[in-house]
Design a protein around this ligand. Structure first.
Ligand SMILES: *Cc1c(COP(=O)(O)O)cnc(C)c1O
Length: 367
């Protein structure tokens, strides 16, 4: 039967489009955006300088093979630059992996509270997302392994995960990998890896080095503070890089973003200061908000998940409305399977203190 207009593939129409965090609070003079896990410290001044300098070159195409950025990343982490692919944010890479490895009839495994973009990428590629249970709001290796079928092509986990902030230790990542068939690609999304200080955590670089079926992604959007520019990368087996390089946009990493990223990745002192700020305030927010009687999921990222009650006047939606009136913008996470929680990004000292004060007022019924 013919149609009167072009129709997208049915799996495309099964996608619920990604909804970004709110960024405004109507009628409020000063807002604190704590809804998108952006760094409160901004980017390295060196990155800003490099970005400004790139204004002189706007007429020129960027280097389509991102040589300088791949070399800078490789130098920073001791990797082979030939096994790095850069993209327009790590979302670009996460999507390209699905396009390259998942087709009609194939399955991709994601977890109950996993990053919602994985589902979009799998459906967009024509595949079927298979959602597995988590345990205590954390990736459950056994549940993933139990869900593998002959149709499984890819497994996506964010470690640490967004929006829970929980992580699995490297021993569990290794156990997951060991249990997967060799033709299933394991994607380790390390968007928040730089924030983690737990000694049993690793982003998985050595697993990538030693195997043909593991990819690790990183982003410049979080600790590097370059979310506006859109730049991310993966470290992957040579054959995976080859596949990605065939299907990616020829200039998928843009010039100003790459110049800023190169400057940023060399500024280790800035990265360390950002990590220290985060560790201090992550612990403080977790302790203070727990003291108010709200349950907080233990997080190693730059955000925490705060759980509210089902009682009228005390739900996450009520809390969100209350906080928004004070210019404090958090993230409702019902699309992640948490209808009664808010995700709070670690902010500046001022913002963090205002959030705790506002939550105390909300709970005590003050206006
Ligand atoms: C923020 C985030 C990303 C990064 O996305 P970019 O496209 O690089 O900005 C990737 N994965 C997760 C889980 C995230 O939370």
């Amino acid at each position: 039967m013919s149609s009167t207009r072009p129709l997208p593939r049915s799996s495309v129409m099964a996608i619920e489009a990604y909804v970004p965090g709110k960024s405004s609070a109507p009628g409020v003079a000063k807002i604190y955006k704590l809804s998108s896990n952006e760094t409160p410290l901004g980017p390295s001044p060196k990155a800003i300088e490099a970005f400004r300098a790139s204004a002189e070159k706007l007429a020129l195409y960027p280097d389509g093979s991102a040589v300088a950025l791949r070399e800078a990343i490789a130098k920073r982490y001791g990797l082979d630059p030939a096994r790095i692919v850069c993209g327009n944010g790590s979302d670009d890479i996460l999507n390209l992996l699905a396009v390259a490895y998942v087709g009609e009839g194939d399955e991709g495994i994601i977890t109950e509270h996993g990053f919602t973009f994985y589902k979009i990428a799998i459906l967009g590629a024509g595949g079927t997302p298979v959602v597995v249970r988590e345990k205590n709001e954390c990736t459950d290796v056994d549940a993933i392994l139990a869900a593998v079928t002959p149709r499984t092509k890819i497994v996506y986990i964010a470690n640490p995960n967004n929006p829970t902030g929980t992580y699995i230790p490297f021993s569990e990542v290794q156990r997951l990998h060991a249990g997967l068939p060799k033709d299933v690609l394991l994607v380790l999304d390390g968007a928040y890896a730089e924030y983690v200080t737990a000694p049993d955590y690793k982003d998985g670089m050595e697993l990538v080095t030693q195997n043909e079926n593991v990819v690790m992604t990183h982003t410049f959007s979080k600790i590097h503070g370059l979310a506006l520019l859109r730049v991310g990368w993966c470290y992957a087996p040579a054959a995976v890089c080859d596949a990605l390089n065939r299907i990616r946009g020829p200039f998928n990493a843009n010039g100003p973003a790459m110049y800023a990223a190169i400057a940023s990745i060399g500024d280790l002192a800035f990265e360390e200061a950002s990590r220290q700020h985060n560790t201090k305030w992550l612990n403080w927010l977790t302790a203070q908000i727990s003291k108010l009687g709200l349950r907080v999921t233990p997080s190693v990222g730059n955000f925490i998940l705060v759980h509210f009650s089902k009682d009228k006047g005390r739900t996450a939606v009520d809390a969100d409305a209350f906080l928004t009136k004070r210019g404090l913008i958090l993230r409702l996470v019902s699309s992640y399977g948490f209808p009664n929680a808010l995700r709070l990004t670690v902010g500046t000292e001022e913002a963090n203190e205002l959030v705790v004060k506002a939550l105390a007022d909300f709970l005590s019924g003050k206006e």
